[in-house]
Design a protein around this ligand. Structure first.
Ligand code: NAP
Length: 349
């Protein structure tokens, strides 16, 4: 099978570097273009990321010599992965979609637009059907598909099996989010060492709104939000990678702890699809009383799964548990790559 040509917009940033790393030797996709701001354009990728490479492996050889392009829709590929700064992602992604590219975006700009799919493949793959109405409504030759915020993805992977089995009425989440989630250089070291910052701009709103769209159902040319209440409190902590979340849920059906664990373990709706980035188990349940932990568990399933632990009764809602997931792999670049794999299998690209 000949590989599909793909490009990365914002290839020099934290998430862009993850795309470049994860796309090395991808069985279906070949990187033929890397793009960033005018500050980087014209340089080789190796030159542009020298001293800025923050991923724990070397800059892949295939990428070193690629000349960085401007983010203009004339690059040599049919799919673009967007890791652009949200300040400029909206306009640039639209220009690529209008010109016929399939845009798999990681930025927040288009996530909540009614005709834009916000996808977690194991949770709401049917929402890809919005692509048809998006193209028609906007008169685009291409389209935009988005992946959720890094904390939302991991929470939704954990909520979906419980929502399907027991109907969630309410969910409360307190996050402890890693520094890499803020890009580079991110939070100043003087602000975060020996400290926790109880505010991440816009994050609580993203978790509260995106979750309802993702767990919602397709209704014609938009999504009807799921009917649960979500409340989020977000904190930045001094962890390099891996977002941890304490979640409590109220369920409308009767459940016990074993039933909750069984629902997590039995959840594997894409088992048969053979997507290259798909984890063999999307939600892993950890039995140890002090797990999951970011340093020990974030790379399970190559960073593509969510790890759940500490499932127990809650004295206020019904049950509570901890979720951990890698924020720049399954929470960002890996999510957008898996979305593109799903689009290919479903015939959209
Ligand atoms: N970090 C995470 O865990 C995470 C998780 C989920 C989603 N996200 C989202 O992913 C996106 C990227 O995040 P990040 O952490 O990788 O940010 P980042 O490290 O600041 O990287 C931003 C990228 O955008 C490029 N860029 C900036 N201004 C540009 C312009 N005017 N024209 C073209 N390119 C421009 C930069 O290129 P230069 O290097 O040339 O300036 C760089 O490649 C954001 O929208 C973020 O919200 C991040």
């Amino acid at each position: 099978m000949s590989k599909l040509k793909v490009g990365v917009l914002g290839a020099t940033g934290m998430v862009g570097q993850r795309f470049v790393q994860l796309l090395e030797n991808h069985p279906w996709f070949e990187v033929t273009a890397l793009a960033a701001s005018e500050k980087s354009a014209g340089k080789s990728y190796g030159e542009a990321v020298a001293g800025r490479w923050k991923v724990s492996s070397r800059v892949p050889d295939y990428a070193r010599k690629i000349k960085i392009s401007d983010c203009a829709p004339d690059i040599d590929c049919s799919i673009v992965f967007s890791a652009l700064d949200a300040g400029i992602a909206g306009r640039i992604e639209q220009s690529f979609a209008a010109e016929g590219y399939a845009v798999s975006s990681n930025s927040r700009n288009h996530r909540m637009e009614p005709d834009v799919p916000l996808i977690v493949p194991e949770v709401n793959s049917s929402h890809l059907e919005l692509i048809d109405s998006q193209k028609k409504g906007r008169g685009w030759k291409g389209f935009i598909v988005t992946n959720p915020n890094c904390s939302t993805i991991h929470m939704c992977l954990a909520l979906k099996p419980l929502h399907d089995t027991f109907r969630i009425e309410k969910a409360m989440v307190t996050t402890m989010q890693a520094l890499s989630g803020a890009g580079y250089p991110g939070v100043a070291s003087m602000d975060i060492i020996d400290n926790v910052i109880p505010f991440i701009s816009g994050e609580e709103e993203k978790i509260e709104t995106e979750t309802l769209k993702i767990l919602g159902s397709l209704s014609g040319s938009s999504v009807e939000n799921a009917g649960l209440a979500v409340s989020a409190s977000c904190n930045r902590v001094a962890v390099s990678d891996g977002h941890m979340e304490s979640v409590s849920v109220k369920l409308s059906m009767k459940a016990d702890e074993q039933g909750i664990v069984d629902a997590f373990r039995g959840f594997n709706p894409l088992r048969q699809l053979g997507l290259p980035s798909s984890p063999s188990q999307p939600v892993i349940v950890s039995e140890e009383p002090d797990r999951p932990q970011p340093r020990l568990d974030r790379n399970l399933e190559s960073g593509m799964c969510s790890v759940v632990g500490r499932v127990r009764k809650c004295g206020v809602l019904d049950f509570k548990f901890t979720v951990l997931g890698h924020n720049t792999i399954r929470g960002a670049a890996g999510a957008a790559i898996m979305n593109a794999e799903l689009m290919k299998v479903k015939g959209y690209i």
